[in-house]
Design a protein around this ligand. Structure first.
Ligand code: NAP
Length: 255
C-alpha cells in the first residue's frame, strides 16, 4: 500500500507520524513544495518540489502505484488542492482533504473579513497605521503600495521584494505563545493585525493578544475546498478514512 501525503503542515506531519507508528506496512511518501529552506521533516519518504501541474501529479500517482492521496496542504494552498482533485480523478485514486477547522471570532474580537489579500490591503488605511502582517512572505505584493503605513512582517524565511516601503521583518516560526504575541504587539506599537484564517492552535495566540489589546484584526477568508472532495479536520479521521479505504488488517485508530 502506498499513500501520498501532500504536506507542508503540522497535520500532514502528524498523519505521517501516526501511519509510521501504527501502520508500518503502509509506504508513506510526504510531498513538500520546497518553499521553506529548512522544513520540519516527517518520517517516511519525502519528496520535494512541484509535480508539474495536475497532469504531472496524475502521472506521479500512476508511476508510483499510489493507493490513496491525502491533500493535507495548508488551507490557503489553493492551486495544489485543485491539482490534487483533478489528478485523483484522472488516475482513479481516492482523495481526502485534511483541513484544520477555521477560526471563529469570540466575544470582544474586532474582526474584519476580507476575501483576498488585496481586499485586506484595501481595508487597512481605515483601521490603523502600524500593521502586524502575518500572512506569509509570498503575498506581500498586495500591500506594497501602502507607503503611508508601517509593517511588521513575520515569516519563516526572509521575504523578497516587492514589499511595502516601511517594512520590518521578524523571522520566526510557530508555535507562538500568548505572552510572546503580547510582547510583539506592545514592543512594535501595533494597531492592526492581518492574518489568513489558517486555523489551528500554533498561530492562534496573536488573535487572543489582539482581542486583549482591543486591536482590529483583518481575517482573510479561505478558498473553498474543490467541489466533491471529502474533507476531514484532524489526522485521526484521516487515519480512519485510510483504514476503511485500504482495508488494512489490524489497523489501530487511537485518536
Ligand atoms: P499553491 O499555490 O497551492 O501551489 C503552487 C504550486 O506549488 C503547485 O501548483 C505545485 O506545483 C506546488 N506545490 C504546492 N504544494 C505542494 C506540495 N505539498 N508538494 C509538491 N508540490 C507542491 O501552494 P502555496 O500556497 O505556494 O503553498 C506551498 C506549500 O506551502 C504547500 O505545501 C502548503 O501546504 C505550504 N504552506 C502554505 C501556506 C500558505 O499560506 N499558502 C502556509 C503554510 C504552509 P506543481 O503545479 O508544479 O505541482
Amino acid at each position: 500500500m502506498h499513500v501520498l501525503i501532500l504536506g507542508g503542515t503540522t497535520e500532514a506531519r502528524r498523519l505521517a507520524e501516526t501511519l509510521a507508528a501504527d501502520a508500518p506496512d503502509v509506504k508513506v511518501t510526504s510531498s513538500l513544495a520546497g518553499r521553506v529552506a529548512a522544513p520540519r521533516l516527517p518520517p517516511g519518504e519525502v519528496r520535494v518540489g512541484g509535480f508539474g501541474g495536475a497532469e504531472g501529479l496524475a502521472e506521479w500517482l500512476v508511476a508510483h502505484d499510489v493507493d490513496a492521496l491525502i491533500d493535507a496542504t495548508h488551507p490557503f494552498a489553493g492551486t495544489i488542492s485543485l491539482n490534487a482533485a483533478a489528478a485523483a480523478a484522472t488516475a482513479h485514486v481516492p482523495l481526502l482533504a485534511l483541513r484544520r477547522p477555521g477560526w471563529v471570532p469570540g466575544e470582544g474580537d474586532v474582526w474584519h473579513e476580507a476575501g483576498s489579500l488585496e481586499e485586506a490591503a484595501d481595508l487597512l488605511p481605515a483601521l490603523g497605521r502600524r500593521v502586524f502582517l502575518t500572512t506569509g512572505r509570498m503575498g506581500l505584493a498586495a500591500f506594497a503600495h501602502l507607503d503611508d503605513l508601517w509593517f511588521l512582517v513575520r515569516s519563516v524565511d526572509a521575504p523578497e521584494p516587492p514589499h511595502p516601503l516601511h517594512t520590518e521583518v521578524l523571522i520566526d516560526r510557530g508555535p507562538f505563545t500568548l505572552d510572546g504575541e503580547r510582547g510583539v504587539l506592545r514592543r512594535h506599537r501595533v494597531d492592526v493585525v492581518v492574518t489568513k484564517d489558517s486555523g489551528g492552535a500554533a498561530t492562534a495566540p496573536k488573535l487572543t493578544a489582539a482581542r486583549e489589546a482591543g486591536l482590529p484584526v483583518v481575517v482573510v477568508r479561505r478558498p473553498p475546498v474543490p467541489e466533491g472532495v471529502c474533507v476531514v479536520d484532524d489526522p485521526g479521521q484521516a487515519v480512519q478514512w485510510l483504514g476503511e479505504r485500504l482495508d488494512l488488517d489490524g489497523f489501530r485508530v487511537d485518536d
